[in-house]
Design a protein around this ligand. Structure first.
Ligand code: ZN
Length: 149
């Protein structure tokens, strides 16, 4: 057994507040909730982050996120929901088992989950887009278990 906290939760070796689960994923309450109902969705099979998780597993997690968001809407009636994932310490990832946060939101809840950035100049957006499109067309997609096509 690895030292991964979320693998231990999936295996039932650590306690958790399980919300929903299926063959591929588990959804459980974040014990440090940003708001009531803040839920984490993880794949049962360990993957470090969005760069390591397979497209198939990522799709299964996305499906569970969709179910959890619907459940939160019908039961807790939030005004909105934030779906969030961080890959890498630089982005704020703290547990290195892929997970997605599903956070119920209300107007004025004060959660600092937005950027507030000004619009970028068109030439900057075009420059980035050109690099991405060029990489896709040349097959230079550096995802080991996946493809960007
Ligand atoms: Zn794990």
């Amino acid at each position: 057994m690895s030292d991964c906290t979320f693998c231990k939760i999936v295996a039932g070796l650590l306690p958790s507040y399980r919300v929903l689960e299926d063959e591929h994923t588990l959804a459980f309450l974040d014990i440090r909730p940003a708001s009531a109902g803040h839920t984490l969705v993880v794949p049962r099979v360990h993957a470090r982050d969005v760069w390591e998780i397979s497209r198939t597993s990522h799709g299964e997690v996305a499906d569970m996120v969709h179910r959890v968001a619907a459940l939160l809407k019908t039961t807790l009636a939030p005004e909105g929901v934030t779906v969030k994932h961080n890959t890498g310490e630089a982005a704020g990832q703290d547990v290195f088992h892929y997970h997605v946060h599903v956070v119920p939101r209300r107007r004025g809840d004060g959660l600092l989950l937005t950027w507030g950035s000004p619009p970028a100049p068109a030439h900057e957006l075009e420059q980035v887009l050109e690099r991405l499109i060029t990489a896709i067309r040349s097959g230079r997609c550096h995802q080991p278990q996946s493809s960007c096509e």
